[in-house]
Design a protein. Structure first.
Length: 268
């Protein structure tokens, strides 16, 4: 486990020649979705690096930065069992040292949906991803489909800045009842957890409607409106980098959930 960028670079530099490095950036609380990212990266890369950094720049003043789940010992165990070669766990001071003044904004894609609900969130995402790419220097970086807008933003970032990092997207991992796996699911009460099942049902209903030529947003809203414990933030269709998504966000009590399905296009 490396906590300093220089320490990680010292370990990676001797391996760089002739080896393809893969990076899975995470905020910890590792779960089956992360394990799927690790598995894909492990198959495609010679060296696998995972980062764990709960990025304060991604959280607004009313969001759950302080209560975001953290378990470094368990995360290290999960990463090791999944074949991660190097675990990078920097401090806030390592990533944002005193005097830090440089931020990255990816225009347009940051404005709507999650960007509108969480102002400044994507600035934090873009900045920390750029810094991680510069530290690790991977050939490929792996992101989950569940965070579709975030993944599209990172794709735009590396394309615009000619970074030479291939962004690989991995399909959303779901519980048996369809709910997308998320570290925030553990904060759901039993009633909220039951209600949360309506979110993927709504998206699947929207997907079916789209395939049959009907309005996917109307179909999804009809399902969500029947669940009193879910408070939708948005249900919209959006196109990101050639993929057409039906996206939704909703609150179950204090927990905010996001999810999406792909209506057109494929993961890269």
């Amino acid at each position: 486990m490396a906590r300093k960028a220089a320490e990680l670079r010292g370990a990676l530099d001797p391996l760089a020649a002739g080896s393809e490095i893969g990076l899975v950036p995470t905020m910890g609380a590792l779960h089956a979705g992360h394990v799927a990212l690790f598995a894909t990266a492990r198959q495609e890369c010679d060296v696998l690096v995972a980062s764990i950094f709960v990025n304060p720049a991604q959280f607004g003043p009313e969001e759950d930065f302080q209560t975001y789940p953290r378990d470094e010992v368990e995360d290290a165990k999960v990463a090791a069992e999944a074949g991660v070669d190097f675990l990078f766990v920097p401090s806030v001071e390592e990533m944002y040292p005193q005097g830090f003044r440089t931020w990255v904004d990816v225009e347009e894609i940051s404005d709507d949906l999650e960007g509108a609900i969480r102002p400044g969130h994507f600035r934090g995402v873009a900045t920390v991803c750029l810094k991680l790419f510069n530290i690790v220097r991977p050939e490929r970086a792996y992101f989950g489909q569940k965070d579709a807008q975030q993944a599209a933003l990172v794709e735009q970032l590396v394309r615009d800045l000619a970074m030479g990092v291939e962004i690989r997207l991995v399909a959303t991992v779901r519980e048996e009842d369809g709910l997308a796996v998320s570290s925030r699911n553990m904060h759901l009460s039993p009633d909220e957890r039951e209600a949360a099942r309506a979110l993927p049902r709504a998206l699947f209903a929207g997907e079916e409607a789209y395939r049959s030529g009907s309005d996917p947003v109307v179909a999804a809203r009809n399902v969500l409106s029947a669940e009193a414990l879910l408070e939708p933030d948005y249900i919209e269709v959006a196109r990101f980098n050639g993929r057409l998504h039906l996206l939704a966000a909703a609150r179950a009590g204090p927990v905010r959930l996001i999810d999406n399905v792909i209506l057109e296009g494929e993961l890269t």
